[in-house]
Design a protein around this ligand. Structure first.
Ligand SMILES: Nc1nc2c(ncn2[C@@H]2O[C@H](COP(=O)(O)OP(=O)(O)OP(=O)(O)O)[C@@H](O)[C@H]2O)c(=O)[nH]1
Ligand SMILES: [Mg+2]
Length: 235
């Protein structure tokens, strides 16, 4: 595990959650869990690449528009690719059903009390699915800007989605996922003016947190910049 990863875990470990005497043990245990997850994520990636499947996981705040953006992309991309979408949600299969009508196969994982998907969830699907039937995999994580930073899934790229309705501080306040993503999407741009959201601040925050990240503003409602997002993802 790199110095950067250890720093990330320490940064996430609230001093209120662990007293001095057990903090090292808490950090150690968490590092071991993450290491196991990382190993499995690498296996997932190897397997997906073996079948030439492009893979992208989508994380973001509750209601930011993850499903809506996947729906729009699948609508366009299903003409070109055979698409599998894995949706993580606490209890329902609402998102999977929404996406399925756009001509993709969907699998819903209900995580129950767990606040994020992990590499093991994806590994189980990869092991049981005939991967030669697919060219493109999207994974929609449980709506959450915190927990998914603990677990990579083994995809080629990660997108983090926030929206103008969450307030212009949302990126500044949740830096972790932006450090770990290749693309940041600021969605619901159609509502920005009415809400008075400073979108430029959000763009700047993402760039300050991760200078390598590509930032795009979208509206899943009007379709604005969805084609551009597909281009950025090299699909
Ligand atoms: N105005 C506007 N509404 C949007 C946009 N994108 C999504 N919505 C609406 O926002 C709500 C939440 O969108 P979802 O796509 O379900 O969001 P999500 O991130 O998948 O939500 P969870 O999976 O529950 O975390 C829905 O009512 C969408 O129609 C957008 O760009 N503009
Ligand atoms: Mg959703």
């Amino acid at each position: 595990m790199s110095e950067k990863d250890i720093e990330r875990i320490k940064e996430l470990e609230s001093i209120n959650l662990a007293t001095d005497d057990i903090r090292d043990l808490v950090v150690q245990t968490k590092m071991e869990v993450e290491k196991d997850n990382e190993r499995l994520a690498q296996l997932n990636n190897q397997e997906l690449r073996k079948f030439d499947i492009k893979s992208i996981d989508i994380v973001g705040a509750i209601g930011a528009g993850k499903t809506a953006i996947i729906e729009k992309m699948v609508e366009i991309l299903s003409k070109k690719y055979r698409i599998l979408v894995i949706c993580g949600d606490i209890t329902t299969r609402v998102d999977a059903d929404r996406i399925q009508v756009h001509n993709a196969e969907t699998i819903q994982i209900n995580t129950g009390r767990e606040c994020a998907l992990n590499a093991y969830h994806i590994h189980q699907i990869i092991e049981n699915k005939d991967l030669k039937n697919f060219d493109l995999l999207f994974i929609e994580n449980v709506g959450n800007l915190i927990c998914p930073s603990d677990f990579t899934l083994g995809t080629d790229k990660r997108i983090t989605i926030v929206s103008t309705t969450e307030g212009e501080w949302v990126i500044e306040k949740h830096p972790m996922l932006f450090k770990m993503s290749q693309v940041a999407v600021i969605n619901k741009i159609d509502l920005a003016e009415r809400l008075g959201t400073d979108v430029q601040k959000m763009v700047d925050d993402a760039k300050n947190i991760n200078p390598d990240i590509q930032v795009i503003t979208t509206s899943a409602k009007t379709g604005k910049n969805i084609e551009k997002l597909i281009e950025i993802l090299e699909l």
